[in-house]
Design a protein around this ligand. Structure first.
Ligand SMILES: Nc1nc2c(ncn2[C@@H]2O[C@H](COP(=O)(O)OP(=O)(O)OP(=O)(O)O)[C@@H](O)[C@H]2O)c(=O)[nH]1
Ligand SMILES: [Mg+2]
Length: 323
């Protein structure tokens, strides 16, 4: 997209947020944006797709690329998620490698690099969740020196808490100082390269993480069947609410019963909570119609994986092509 009439003093920077699952990538993005755009959960592998999240500070545009946490798996869904992390970092000017300081820092970096399989170009190390750590027991300078053996292009490090905002302002200042002169990628006010349909599926999936425990959210995908934008015509005094119909795909019939819940309790709660978040996004009333569909082994099905925005990678398995 070419935006004409740009301020000649415009600056921009694109940063890919990378790391193991649960490192706090999406939480940091939401903190920097100032609102909850991307979904977060206490469980690993919440983010499945790479996408842009944009904001501006004066004349500087910052594009943050959220990516799925890189992990080891031979399953097709997970292979494609890892591929998204690689793809997300490709066009970026800078990488942030997020590492939870409550884990074994060096092991986390090693296992990230093993699965990522590519050298990281210019990288800043972001040590996360410092609010939960005993900082007197961690020598960050020493850890950073050891990390440089694993990631030679690591330039510097930050210690942050995205939950409490600790040191995030320093990071924001340094991001803006690092941005270079150039045109903005997105018009002012555009926050993502993904559309409302995508975020509607994410907000429904987010509720499945919150309401359904254990392994079930990993075997769930959400597909929009129909999305009709609402409209208001004040002159003619007519209006229509946004109408969304979505399917929650599960792998087995027994999972369908759990998602629905006793007397429909779970599906109702998923729908109500997701609807509120979608309404905040579209700025309008929303009718959300959810169905649960059994789609055996959807996570191996090429059609479903393509539909949810996860293309094949060079490591992809043989997959079902059934529609
Ligand atoms: N205490 C604390 N918790 C945090 C912090 N940052 C993130 N979390 C929590 O860590 C969990 C995972 O956060 P996410 O932002 O979803 O992590 P992620 O790296 O995006 O995870 P994936 O999408 O699975 O790769 C959530 O429960 C967050 O609330 C932090 O600075 N402090
Ligand atoms: Mg995430």
């Amino acid at each position: 997209m070419l935006i004409t009439d740009q301020n000649p003093f415009n600056k921009s920077i694109m940063i890919a947020l990378l790391g193991k699952p649960n490192a706090g990538k999406s939480t940091l993005i939401n903190y920097l944006l100032g609102f909850d755009l991307t979904i977060v959960s206490p469980m690993p592998q919440t983010t499945r797709n790479q996408f842009h999240c944009a904001f501006t500070v004066d004349t500087t545009e910052v594009v943050l690329v959220d990516t799925p946490g890189v992990h080891s798996s031979s399953k097709e869904l997970n292979i494609r998620m890892n591929g998204q992390a690689q793809y997300g970092s490709e066009g970026a000017d800078l990488n942030f490698l997020l590492i939870d300081v409550n884990k074994d820092i060096i092991e986390e970096a090693k296992s990230f690099m093993k699965e990522f399989e590519k050298d990281l170009r210019r990288t800043w190390i972001i040590f996360t969740k410092i609010d939960r750590a005993d900082l007197s027991t961690i020598d960050f300078d020493e850890k950073f020196e050891a990390l440089k053996e694993i990631i030679p292009n690591a330039e510097k490090y930050y210690t942050i808490s995205a939950k409490e905002g600790t040191n995030v302002h320093t990071l924001t200042g340094d991001i803006c100082d690092t941005a270079t002169e150039g045109p903005h990628l997105y018009p002012n006010g555009t926050v993502s390269n993904k559309n409302e349909r995508f975020f509607a599926t994410e907000y429904i999936r987010e509720q499945t993480f919150r309401i359904l425990k254990d392994e079930l959210p990993y075997e769930i995908a959400v597909v929009i069947e129909d999305f009709q934008d609402g409209f208001k015509d004040a002159e003619k005094e007519i209006s229509r609410d946004t109408k969304i119909s979505a399917s929650i795909l599960v792998n087995r019939p027994s999972q369908r019963a759990i998602v629905v819940g006793s007397k429909g309790k779970n599906i109702k709660e998923i729908g109500t909570c997701a609807r509120k978040k979608i309404e905040a996004m579209v700025g309008d009333r929303v009718h959300l119609n959810l169905h649960v569909k059994v789609s055996p082994k959807w996570f191996k099905n090429n059609f479903v994986l393509d539909e949810i925005g996860l293309p094949r990678t060079h490591k992809s398995n043989r997959v079902w092509r059934k529609k």
